[in-house]
Design a protein around this ligand. Structure first.
Ligand SMILES: NC(=O)c1ccc[n+]([C@@H]2O[C@H](COP(=O)([O-])OP(=O)(O)OC[C@H]3O[C@@H](n4cnc5c(N)ncnc54)[C@H](O)[C@@H]3O)[C@@H](O)[C@H]2O)c1
Length: 262
């Protein structure tokens, strides 16, 4: 039986590898045997993740990519394919959030969030698809969120983009599937990373989020590695067009009230 969760011989690009979930997934993919390209807008952060991987004896390289730049996204992934003769996996994590109510959102803030989260994800899915469809294999994982399904004040635009990513993933899965290319979304709950630092800074907010989910705590970035690796590997060979929720049970629980006396 093949190693279901192994990535030996695979070339995997992790975009957003400089921080949070992307950094954890880059290290995690390397631990499963992949050669990992650590890609990020932040060159220093991408190269720090590469150094972590090579320091543990893994194989990695790093480069700058801005996913809002379609040509650059394509160029970086094509160069990776050209160097290694294949591209097995692409994980796309970058997203930004401006926490403001709809009525207070400026046009510029709307454009910035949509540009990174939606257009950026589109650029990456398309660049990866243009390589993987002709090669006849590959797995693409794009980060969505529980916010694709539930929302709270100040998250409308971010949530809108996370829901859009779900349909982007389904559309790409439908179009790439016959070529053997799988496309899925990962939807985390609350994960301690720089993205959520403003929440950690407010203990009332932080604790309310911890108590909302069934496990009564935040996730670490490392806890997103298993679900992501699963989607990249043979273990998920018949999994495509889906949203893998890793939210500590956030979406399963109503959470308004626990009836007394139970
Ligand atoms: N942290 C959470 O609680 C949480 C919850 C649900 C979903 N998510 C999703 O997970 C993903 C990763 O979140 P995170 O918490 O690891 O974020 P993060 O802010 O820690 O890391 C994002 C990385 O993306 C990079 N980046 C930003 N813009 C870029 C661009 N244009 N091109 C290339 N790289 C760019 C940043 O430099 C950074 O290294 C996001 O899509 C986020 O919406 C996070």
């Amino acid at each position: 039986m093949t190693d279901l969760f192994g990535l030996a011989g695979n070339v995997v690009a992790v975009i957003g590898a400089g921080s949070g979930i992307g950094a954890a997934c880059a290290v995690g993919a390397s631990r499963q045997g992949a050669h990992v390209a650590c890609l990020d807008l932040d060159e220093t952060a991408a190269s720090a993740t590469r150094t972590t991987i090579t320091g543990h004896g893994g194989q990695a390289e790093s480069a700058v990519v801005d996913i809002t730049d379609e040509a650059m996204s394509a160029r970086v992934l094509e160069a990776l394919r050209d160097r290694h003769g294949r591209l097995d996996g692409v994980v796309c994590t970058p997203s930004i959030n401006v926490r403001k109510t709809l009525l207070n959102y400026s046009e510029d803030e709307f454009d910035r969030v949509v540009r990174v989260n939606l257009k950026g994800s589109f650029n990456v899915v398309r660049a990866a698809g243009r390589i993987m469809v002709p090669q006849g294999f590959g797995s693409i994982v794009v980060l969505s969120s529980i916010r694709s399904q539930v929302v709270e004040p100040g998250q409308s635009i971010y949530a809108m983009t996370k829901a859009g990513i779900v349909q982007l993933v389904r559309g790409a899965a439908v179009e790439f599937g016959a070529a053997g290319v799988r496309v899925n979304a990962l939807a985390p709950g609350v994960v301690d990373t720089p993205l959520t630092a403003p929440i950690r800074a407010n203990s009332g907010w932080y604790d309310a989020y911890a108590n909302k989910n069934i496990l009564k705590r935040w996730a670490t970035a490392e806890e997103m590695v298993g679900p992501t690796i699963f989607l990249l590997t043979q273990a998920a060979s018949y999994v495509t067009g889906t949203v893998l929720v890793a939210d500590g049970g956030w979406l399963a629980a109503d959470g308004r009230f626990s009836p007394p006396g139970l």
